[in-house]
Structures are given as structure tokens and as C-alpha cells.
Design a protein around this ligand. Structure first.
Ligand SMILES: [Zn+2]
Ligand SMILES: [Zn+2]
Length: 411
């Protein structure tokens, strides 16, 4: 029989010995599916960029991109969450530790190493990551200007604490903190390939407080440019490219014009609450803007944990699952989606290409449109008659069936 013959060759093609054909069919299917589901998220590095105090109307809320042209353009490959907020007190000292801890809490005071310091009440995402993933310190990075003993610290929480703190990378305070933070980030990313990084760009907020609109806008443009360049650095790095997720957000916005305008912030007006949530990475949707569900800057910790495999048990946030591309539930070569790669798939495929059969099921639309991923047997990210020839050759003992690298099978 035509189909049985292909079935036999398929098993041999998987590198099994011939006697495996006597294994009951359901076991063979199970083995196939286990192989297809073995891979986890592709993200191996998470970079959080915190741009201090930019109002949404001057960031991604302006879809013409006159203030943030780079991120607006990069959004074609990212997911922009239009409903993200600081739901607590809209000041830096609540917002920033809130992103670290995945919950909001006032900073605590203590004396540490002879200095009066302020620290996080609850464990931070660096501590969670280092604790669960056994990361050395240079794999968890905090880049911030050197505020000396005024630098806010992670937690002393039992079971976490200083043994799990990040490496602090702190260039001297200057009149261009964003640039020197960026310069430090470039060095650290390219040298250490950290697993979790947090890069703090403070100058936008300071310029906003000046009340000089042109200065505020100039700092936003610079932060926009530097953030885009960070992504270019990541994508040009042999270790981090295509394995890194970058989240860009703010600790708070600024007053809308009915509540005092861009010069200040700190109350509950929409301008102060609404922040950007720009998310780009191999596991996220692309070219998508989301209006729901409501997200918070405290959701970053658990979202990073989901991607990297650490838990943030004391976070009050959630995984922003709406950012994630639907899992690619397919087996390369299983054109008809029945869980089994054999000659029926070729028949199905040919019928579809001739226009007399139904299209293959596709489960991997990550915002780039319809793509029959399981049928892309030669892995060139397009589906056509060459794939049919490739599959036929495979069944004759030719090379393994491939898949488009943009769509990993299974999750
Ligand atoms: Zn701030
Ligand atoms: Zn306000």
C-alpha cells in the first residue's frame, strides 16, 4: 500500500531501527509529538529599558511617530500594549521598584555597609532569576547612573537578598546620563550576554521637570534612538540575536494638560498613569497593538519569569500572556495537521496547490499573516511546489524535513 510504504520509510528516516515498526501506532505518535513539544520559549535573555517619566502622548500614543520615530518604526516587529499603566503612586520611587518587585511598595530604610540606604521590600526580578536559574552575578545587570549610597537597592528578603542581587553598572552622573548608560549597556551586553538586564534612562524626566518643551522632546528623541540602537546591538550579537526579548516601559507618565501639563507628575490623572509597554522578542507577536486587557508595569517581573523559566512568587503582577504569539502547534511536514507525517500529507499538499483541496491548517500566525508552516518542508519560509519535491525526496531517504526558523514547532 502506498501510505503504509511511506509510513515505514518515515520511521526509518527518524533514525530508528526497523523493528520499531512493530511498536503500536499510538506509541509512535506519542514519540513524534513529544519531540515536537520539547522546545520551550526561544527567549534566553530579557532586557528591560526604563525610560523615566514620558507621557504616552509623546511616546507610542502618538502614532505619527514624530517624538519616537525609531520605536514607532520598530513596532512593525513588536507588540505595543496601548493599555499599560502605573496603577500605584506615579512617582519614580514607586514606579521603578514596582517594576523590579512586580508589586508596588514604599522603599524601606536601613543602614547597610555603613550607609543609610533605601531598599526594596520584596524580592526583585534579578533575585528571582539568579535564585531559580543559579545565575552568576554578571548574568543579572542593573545599569543606572551612580547615585552613590542613594542608589535604591534590591531586597533583603529571607531566601533572596544580597547573595542574589544584580551586578550594578554605574557610570558617573553627567549631563548626559542616557548616553553613558547606553555606552555601559553596549559593553556589558556584548561582553557578558546577561540573562536579565535593566537599563535605566533618567534624563527624560529631568527635562520634563524643566518645563522646557523642546528639552523634554529632545530627551525623548534621544531615548527613542538609544533604545532602538540597543535592539540593533542585541540583534547584531552572535549570542543574543533572536534569543532576546526587550521590554520598554516608563515608571510613570506626566500630567495631562488638564492637570498641570508635562512639567509635573505624581497624581492619578490619566497622563500620569498611562505608560508605554513596547515588547519585542522571538516569542512575542509582531506588528500588533493591544488595547486590552489592562496591563501594569508590575507585570514585567512575572512576564520575564515566564520567558526565562524563573518564578516570582511574591509578585502581585501577572504574566502578560497577551503579548505572546500563539504557540506553534505543528509538526514539520505534517501538512494536513493530523499529527503524523506520511504520504497522505503529500497527497493533501498537491491537492491544495492544484486548488482542488482545502488549505493546510496553520497555527503559527505571529502577526505576519497566513503561512502554512507545516508545509514549508525545505524551511525557506515560503510554501510552494518545491516543498512537495522536498517531501517526496525525504520519503525516498533524502534530508530531514526542515521548518522556517521564524516559527519553532511546539513550545
Ligand atoms: Zn520617574
Ligand atoms: Zn497627573
Amino acid at each position: 500500500m502506498f501510505n503504509q510504504e511511506y509510513g515505514l520509510i518515515f520511521i526509518a528516516g527518524m533514525g530508528q531501527v526497523r523493528k520499531l515498526i512493530f511498536i503500536p501506532l499510538f506509541v509512535a505518535i506519542l514519540v513524534c509529538q513529544m519531540a515536537a513539544y520539547a522546545s520551550a520559549y526561544r527567549t534566553e535573555h530579557v532586557v528591560v529599558v526604563l525610560i523615566d517619566g514620558v507621557r504616552y502622548t509623546e511616546s507610542l500614543g502618538d502614532t505619527t511617530g514624530i517624538y519616537c520615530p525609531r520605536l514607532t518604526a520598530l513596532a512593525e516587529y513588536a507588540v505595543v500594549h496601548d493599555s499599560a499603566f502605573n496603577d500605584s503612586i506615579t512617582t519614580t520611587r514607586y514606579g521603578i521598584p514596582g517594576t523590579w518587585m512586580g508589586r508596588f511598595h514604599v522603599l524601606q530604610d536601613t543602614v547597610y555597609q555603613g550607609n543609610n540606604v533605601e531598599f526594596s521590600r520584596w524580592p526583585t526580578f534579578w533575585e528571582y532569576a539568579r535564585h531559580d536559574l543559579a545565575l552568576p552575578q554578571n548574568k543579572a545587570i542593573y545599569i543606572t547612573p551612580d547615585y552613590g549610597s542613594g542608589t535604591w537597592l534590591p531586597s533583603f528578603y529571607p531566601g533572596y537578598g544580597p547573595a542574589y542581587w544584580p551586578r550594578f553598572v554605574q557610570p558617573a552622573i553627567s549631563d548626559d546620563n542616557n548616553q553613558v548608560d547606553f555606552d555601559s549597556a553596549r559593553v556589558v551586553l556584548e561582553r557578558d550576554h546577561p540573562v536579565v538586564s535593566y537599563i535605566y534612562l533618567p534624563d527624560t524626566d529631568h527635562a520634563g521637570h524643566s518645563g522646557i518643551w523642546a528639552d523634554y522632546i529632545a530627551e525623548i528623541r534621544q531615548a527613542d534612538s538609544l533604545t532602538n540602537e540597543l535592539w540593533n546591538i542585541i540583534q547584531n550579537d552572535t549570542v543574543m540575536a533572536d534569543k532576546t526579548t526587550m521590554l520598554v516601559t516608563n515608571d510613570h507618565g506626566r500630567h495631562d494638560d488638564a492637570h498641570g501639563g508635562f512639567q509635573g507628575h505624581g497624581d492619578s490623572c490619566l497622563g500620569c498613569r498611562h505608560v508605554m509597554m513596547f515588547a519585542i522578542g522571538p516569542d512575542f507577536k509582531r506588528g500588533v497593538r493591544l488595547g486590552a486587557p489592562r496591563a501594569s508595569i508590575r507585570d514585567i517581573a512575572r512576564t520575564a519569569g515566564e520567558l526565562l523559566g524563573f518564578s516570582a512568587p511574591l509578585s502581585a503582577g501577572r504574566v502578560m500572556s497577551e503579548l505572546f504569539a500563539p504557540p506553534c502547534d505543528y509538526i514539520p511536514g505534517d501538512v494536513n495537521g493530523n499529527g503524523w507525517v506520511n504520504g497522505i500529507d503529500v497527497t493533501f499538499f498537491v491537492a491544495y496547490l492544484k486548488g482542488i483541496g482545502s488549505p493546510p491548517p496553520d497555527s503559527c500566525d505571529i502577526g505576519q499573516g497566513r503561512f502554512y508552516v507545516a508545509a514549508d518542508a525545505n524551511g525557506d519560509c515560503s510554501v510552494n511546489g518545491i516543498d512537495v519535491l522536498y517531501m517526496v525526496n525525504y520519503f525516498k531517504g533524502g534530508p530531514e524535513i526542515l521548518h522556517c526558523p521564524d516559527y519553532s514547532p511546539g513550545r
